[in-house]
Design a binder for this molecule. Structure first.
Ligand code: ADP
Ligand code: ZN
Length: 741
């Protein structure tokens, strides 16, 4: 936008030509993908500051927006300005959060309003209902439908819920709830408004930290005391007490009466973390994720903004909470790729957490036993500092890791667990210890093939095989969710009963394990068998209570769990993540397998890990077998450095999609022709995306790769401006891509 003719601050912008009294104008950012804020006139007698939440007219509707920082857009003449309608009675959006919004918008090339919408989403729902419903007692005699039973079940052990939240929790329409209220099955109840977050006990911890832990804890406390921006990598083997130590940094932050934010990659899987927090501080932290009811969201948002939620533990979106005085930001399991949000505003929450900390002048702490190469490179370049915990707490040994060479000791025909792993599981179970089998694949089989004609069952909307889910008797696409019943005949050659599963998923491993270990109590942990935090918490409880002998799971089992009786981990297919040729395939496989391995032997009994692989000589397997991750990361770095691959260069992806292959190709070609060039700039592609059809859209990819000292954003902006995108086409920008599908 051209603001060259603009003089003065927006609070006093004068229109010298009109001869009318000056109009006070302010820019208001609206939660929509407009390129910039719009100006509004401030009515006589209203006083607004940047950050204030206001109601404004927009296309004959009323919208909630935020008064943004100047200067305003003087190109719209005063007489065309619409006036603000009113101030919304809610805490203003503080300066650090506005700076984060602006920064993210320009870094990710997203319209600022779209980023701001993430911070405003809760406010837009204000004010909420103050009454909800509870179960009648006694219950009047009336017809009980399935839907009504679900509503009553949703209220079983809950506090009262508002109509919308109750309907959502029960999976029914709001009409069902109202109907039940009419018949006296539900009676009105006042919803609590007080913030449910107690003040943590910040007295000294009951655990006695080891000398190493003490040193790290005091270094972190010093960072907190400095009340200044810094970034620290807290790196230490699994079970070395990283969590224990950063809880002490949180205590230090609370003693300053400032708030702390902890980002966890999968908040639904954090029951053990939450109970640990409660043990340390005597109260529960505020929890923030997308699954919260709108009422709890509002209460939490308010409490955070008023400083009544001292510690928030949350998913990515917790970054946008209105902390008035944030004193510490922690990102646990910082290497996790799930910190990258791929839908909507595409951003990496780990990196934005660092930016958030910078604008709040607070320390950020990135925690991992397997830090990402990005973070390691930042340490090496001196941008981040590093603290290290080299050994497991209380002398617990790291598990021993061995390979099972599937070429030498293959499983029996039609099976996937090789004899040495079978024997190891038997031995473990006989000793009364727990074992785990890990396979990062949901369902029964990743591919279904016709034995008669070779036809492969494929998704009609995506370039992907349909995955068999035998328990549900379905084939499902894991990209778009398309589902069909398992057919009896081949859709191609019509042969009967010729479709056969190829390869294993956890369901199939469970079937095999049930046959091999008939007496073992088996628990399956996968995102589709364990939906939601309650199921995950119950699974963790059952394992801790030794009600389970054998755990079979997908990557969910790799997530920071502490299972003291688990001594054997078998990785069914250690090579799985290496296929596909993704930039970070090796790095990620090492991280994932190391994390899974880290679940074994966390208490007195030593742990053992067996990796089933066809290539034990692969550098990834060697790094795991020798336990030398640092050497592996160094060789990864050496491979990426010369080509300016991240983290030694910058990368951005353009994902082209269109309704037909021809128009996707045409748009991709246009982008290719208009590509930027120059010293340290390279454009790769266009090429069909690995998922070349997704949800029926045809996809092509281009990659912009630059030297680290070249900023990609201006290049991308200029590049996109040179190309006209047709109506059915789309170009999505992904700065620092993590997924290459
Ligand atoms: P990490 O986060 O590095 O995986 P944790 O902080 O989870 O390690 O510690 C692993 C286990 O050891 C936890 O059960 C923790 O409570 C326990 N632990 C760690 N340090 C101590 C200590 N100094 N005293 C008592 N228990 C400890
Ligand atoms: Zn699909």
């Amino acid at each position: 936008m051209d603001r060259s003719g603009f003089v003065g601050s927006y609070r006093m912008s004068l229109n010298l030509d009109s001869g009318l009294p000056p109009v006070r104008r302010v820019p208001v950012l609206l939660p929509y993908p407009f390129p910039a804020p719009f100006d509004y006139a401030v009515p006589e007698g209203m006083d607004v500051q940047p950050g204030d939440v206001v109601l404004v007219p927009l296309n004959r509707r009323q919208e909630v927006g935020v008064v943004w920082d100047g200067p305003s857009d003087a190109t719209v003449p005063d007489r065309k300005l619409k006036p603000l309608i009113s101030l919304v009675d809610t805490p203003p959006m503080a300066e650090p959060l506005r700076r984060l919004v602006d920064w993210m918008a320009s870094y990710t090339l997203t319209p600022p309003g779209e980023v701001m919408a993430m911070a405003l989403r809760v406010v837009r729902q204000l004010p909420g209902p103050s009454t909800g419903w509870r179960r009648a007692n006694p219950m009047p005699e009336t017809r009980m439908t399935e839907a009504r039973m679900q509503v009553l079940a949703a209220l079983a052990d809950h506090e009262p819920l508002a109509t919308g939240d109750l309907a959502r929790a029960a999976g029914v329409g709001a009409g069902v709830v109202r109907g039940m209220a009419d018949r006296g099955l539900l009676i009105p109840a006042v919803l609590a408004t007080a913030a449910p977050f107690g003040w943590p006990r910040v007295s000294d911890a009951e655990v006695r930290l080891s000398p190493e832990q003490t040193a790290v804890a005091s270094a972190l406390r010093a960072k907190v005391a400095a009340k200044a921006f810094s970034v620290t990598l807290l790196d230490g083997v699994t079970g070395s007490g990283k969590t224990e130590v950063y809880l002490e940094a949180i205590a230090a932050c609370l003693r300053q009466n400032r708030q702390a934010l902890v980002l966890l990659p999968e908040i639904a899987l954090s029951s053990q973390w939450l109970s640990r927090f409660e043990r340390r501080f005597g109260v529960a932290p505020a929890v923030w994720h997308s699954g919260l009811s709108s009422r709890i969201r509002r209460i939490t948002w308010r409490a955070v903004s008023e400083g009544h939620a001292p510690v928030v533990v949350g998913a990515r979106s917790a970054l946008f909470l209105p902390f008035p005085d944030l004193g510490l930001v922690i990102v646990d399991e910082e290497h996790e790729t799930s910190f990258k949000q791929e839908e909507g505003v595409v951003y990496n929450a780990r990196d934005m957490a660092v930016v958030r900390a910078r604008f709040c002048a607070a320390p950020a702490v990135l925690v991992s036993a397997t830090p990402s190469l990005e973070t390691v490179a930042n340490v090496e370049a001196g941008r981040y500092s590093k603290l290290h915990l080299p050994s497991r707490h209380a002398g617990a040994a790291l598990p021993s890791i061995e390979a099972i060479d599937l070429r030498e000791t293959p499983p029996e025909r039609g099976r996937f667990i090789a004899p040495p792993l079978v024997a190891a599981v038997h031995g473990t179970l006989e000793r009364g210890e727990q074992a785990m089998l890990f396979l990062n694949r949901r369902g029964y089989a990743p591919l279904t093939l016709c034995r008669a004609c070779g036809h492969r069952m494929q998704c009609p909307n995506c370039t992907a095989w349909l995955v068999e889910h035998r328990a549900r008797r379905e084939l499902q696409c894991h990209h778009c969710g398309h589902t069909v019943p398992i057919p009896i005949e081949c859709p191609m050659c019509k042969a009967q009963h010729s479709l056969t599963p190829v390869g294993p998923g956890v369901e199939r491993i469970t079937e095999e394990a049930t046959a091999l270990f008939p007496d073992a109590r088996i628990l399956v942990m996968a995102s589709d068998t364990m939906p939601g935090p309650d199921a995950a918490a119950e699974a963790a409880r059952a394992i801790e209570a030794r009600e389970v002998d054998l755990i079979i799971g997908t990557q969910i089992v790799a997530k920071g769990w502490h299972f003291p009786h688990l001594t054997l981990v078998g990785v069914v297919d250690a090579d799985l993540g290496l296929a596909g040729g993704d930039l970070r395939a090796s790095e990620r496989t090492v991280q994932l397998l190391h994390q899974v391995a880290g679940r074994a032997g966390r208490a007195e009994a030593p742990g053992r890990v067996l990796l089933q692989t066809f290539s034990p000589e692969h550098p990834v397997m060697q790094a795991l077998l020798l336990g030398d991750l640092a050497a592996f990361m160094a060789s990864e770095a050496a491979q990426r450095r010369p080509g300016n691959w991240p983290p030694y260069g910058r990368l951005a992806a353009l994902i082209v999609s269109a309704g037909t292959a021809a128009s996707a190709d045409a748009l991709a070609r246009d982008l290719g022709v208009a590509a930027p060039y120059g010293d340290g700039i390279q454009v790769l592609g266009p090429a069909p995306a690995p998922l070349s059809i997704l949800r029926g859209r045809h996809r092509r990819r281009l990659l912009l790769k630059t030297r680290r000292d070249v900023a990609v954003q201006p290049l991308l902006t200029a590049w996109l401006a040179r190309v006209k995108v047709p109506r059915d086409g789309r170009v999505d920008v992904d700065v620092d891509p993590v997924s290459f599908l």
